[in-house]
Structure formats: C-alpha cells, structure tokens
Design a protein around this ligand. Structure first.
Ligand code: AMP
Ligand code: AMP
Length: 336
C-alpha cells in the first residue's frame, strides 16, 4: 500500500497543527480528533482533511474501529500522556508511532534516572529527606507534570514545612541547579541509524521567569516561584557546545537499546537541561515524543536548514520517516 492511502491522525491540542501540516506536506491524508469546543478553531486550517468530534479527547479509545477503517497512524504528543495516561496509551491498538515500552521508563522517575545515568548524563543531585542537604532544592511530586506542583526550599525548616503541607507522599528532592535552561529537540531514525538535532527552545515558566523583574526589595517571603509553562522562545547554542549535544543523544539512544528493548527510543525526543557556568549540561528530564517547543520551528530551524535545505519541522520529519518506512515495507519498525 502506498503512503497516500494512510491517514496521519492525532489529538487536537499541543503540537497537532505542526504534525498535520507536516503530514500533508509529505502527501498523507490527515485527521484530527477534536472536542466540540476546539473544532471551530481547527477547522480554519485547510491541511486537515477530516475531523472526529468527541466529548473528551481521552475518549479516543472508543473510536478505534473507525480509525482502523481509515488506515490511521496515530502520532502521540504531550497531550496523550496528559489525557490518556500511560495505561490509556498502552491500551490503544491502532498503529501508534513510537515504542510504547519506553513509556514505563519515562513515567517512573527512578527508572528515568537509571537510564540517563547509564548514558553518562549529568543530573541534579538527589537527596533523601534525612541526609545533609545543600540548599536550595526543588521538590517534585511524582505524577506532577509541566512544572506545576513543584516547590523550592531554601533551608531545612522551609523544606520540612512544605513537605508536611504536601498531599502527595511520593516526591524527589533535587539540587536546584542555577544556569540557563535549554530544551534540546532531537530525532532518532532507526532507518538511517542516526540522531539529528532538530531545534532548541527555552520555556517561559510563570511566575519563575517573571520574578527576576521585581527587585529583591519588593519581593515578599510569600512569593513562591511556580514553573507552569505558558510559552516558548527559540535558542541557538554556542557552536562549541553542539558536539556534546549530539553525543549525549547518541548515548541516550544506545542506552535505551540495552535497557529497554532492542528497538529502544526512536523518533522525536527532548532532553530538558540546565547549562551551568562550567558549560555542563544537567538533565532535569527526558520527554520521549514531540515536545511543544518544536512549534517554534514549523518552517524549520537553523539546524534543520543545515541538513535539509528545505523547511523541516519535527512534525514533517515524523511524516517523512513514516513515508520512507512504508515505501521500504518497514512500517512495523516504527509503530507500537
Ligand atoms: P495541553 O495540550 O495544553 O493540555 O498540554 C498537554 C501537556 O503538554 C501538558 O503536560 C503541558 O504542560 C505540556 N505542554 C503544553 N504546551 C507546552 C509548551 N508550549 N511547552 C512545553 N510543554 C507544554
Ligand atoms: P520538569 O517537570 O522537570 O520539566 O521541570 C519543570 C521546570 O522546573 C523546568 O523547566 C525548570 O525550570 C525547573 N526545574 C526542574 N528541575 C530543576 C532543577 N533541578 N534545578 C533548577 N530548576 C529545575
């Protein structure tokens, strides 16, 4: 079957526009799952061929039959985890781009740390509550996402008080790394067996990114930083940092093939880092799918321009990968 007979579909949120624009540019049919509330917005875009309207995006499991009929390949993004959870994602039986086994390692902070350590990636120090701690620290509850539900503590008394007030019992205490946050967007192709640097962003997190605008004399002790993301801005790095940027991703892919399963991590992923004055990257987290920061680069980034000489977003790169696999009869390599 030719690629024109397949439909690339996703949920209407997060990076859906980028994914479907890329799919259309590569010659696929496109389908978007929306709610009544978001349908009018998405109908503005002519590169979306077809819509399915649901009461809630998480109900996508109930329409699998009709997705199958249309030869759908689902492209997961950040909202898949937010609305379906890990279990919901695993229950989907329509072709789903990516390796679902990676979900277990990504979702569990302990497993994720083991994976990144095996790949030789620096990470913020992690403390037990009873050990001697160097402050400040950031406390992250398990299950918190997108920076909400985190807090910072400057000393032991503050830490104990805030932990007591927390409803969650599973959390990690991490060294607060002071440096430039930097979100590295990659793509690993098992077809070419190479890692590509797609683009880089920084996040606007409110109100952490706004506190610096208030002089210290006007700040009150009750002003707690929050890390809820509201937008993104582009970044290019000192060129001398790029060899390490690519080497880190290669080690992560290679470690995933040993730890997770032979297919390991492939497709788009993002390493969320902080760069310290000694130019070391400390990884806070890895996201194993397309991240919303790539929406800055629907026309491509400075880095993809160097390799592709044509506009190449992460969404379009996914579609091109799937098209190449279909033409080589290797689609099964890419779906879970
Ligand atoms: P949403 O589709 O807006 O409900 O977001 C789904 C998930 O993606 C949430 O965990 C968000 O925190 C995350 N997310 C959404 N937009 C962005 C963004 N621009 N940058 C980083 N993360 C995002
Ligand atoms: P995450 O959920 O890991 O993406 O973290 C959300 C945000 O919290 C990040 O984008 C950073 O701004 C901040 N953050 C997380 N971990 C650390 C850390 N160890 N040191 C400093 N800032 C952090």
């Amino acid at each position: 079957m030719k690629h024109q007979h397949f439909t690339i579909a996703t949920l209407g949120s997060h990076s859906a526009l980028q994914i479907l624009k890329g799919a259309k540019d590569e010659g696929f049919k496109t389908l978007l799952v929306v709610t009544k509330h978001t349908e009018p917005f998405y109908r503005r875009f002519t590169f979306i061929d077809d819509f399915i309207v649901l009461r809630a995006l998480g109900d996508v499991i109930s329409i699998e039959k009709s997705l199958r009929k249309r030869n759908v390949i689902l492209i997961p993004h950040g909202s898949f985890v937010a609305y379906l959870g890990k279990v919901g994602n695993k229950r989907l039986t329509v072709p789903y781009y990516g390796n679902k086994k990676v979900l277990d390692w990504e979702a569990d902070r302990t497993l994720q740390r083991r994976w990144l350590t095996r790949a030789g990636i620096h990470q913020p120090k992690q403390y037990r509550p009873d050990e001697s701690i160097r402050f400040p620290v950031i406390v992250k509850s398990f299950g918190a996402a997108g920076g909400s539900g985190y807090f910072i503590a400057a000393n032991k008394a503050g830490l104990d008080k805030k932990i007591k007030a927390m409803k969650q019992h599973k959390y990690v205490i991490q060294q607060y790394v002071v440096g430039v946050t930097c979100y590295l967007h990659y793509f690993y192709s098992p077809l070419t067996k190479s890692v590509e640097l797609m683009s880089i962003d920084r996040r606007y997190e409110t109100n952490a990114d706004a506190l610096g605008r208030i002089p210290l004399t006007y700040q009150t002790p009750s002003l707690d930083p929050s890390f809820v993301v509201v937008g993104n801005s582009p970044l290019v790095l000192r060129e001398s940092l790029l060899p390490e940027v690519l080497a880190m991703a290669e080690r992560i892919v290679s470690a995933s093939q040993k730890l997770i399963d032979p297919r390991g991590l492939f497709g788009p992923f993002c390493l969320e880092t902080i760069i310290t004055p000694d130019q070391k990257f400390y990884a806070m987290e890895i996201s194993c799918r397309i991240v919303a920061g790539t929406n800055l680069f629907i026309e491509g980034s400075p880095y993809t321009w160097l390799t592709y000489n044509e506009p190449m977003s992460t969404g379009r790169r996914i579609a091109r990968e799937i098209k190449t696999a279909i033409n080589k009869n290797k689609l099964a390599l890419l779906t879970g």
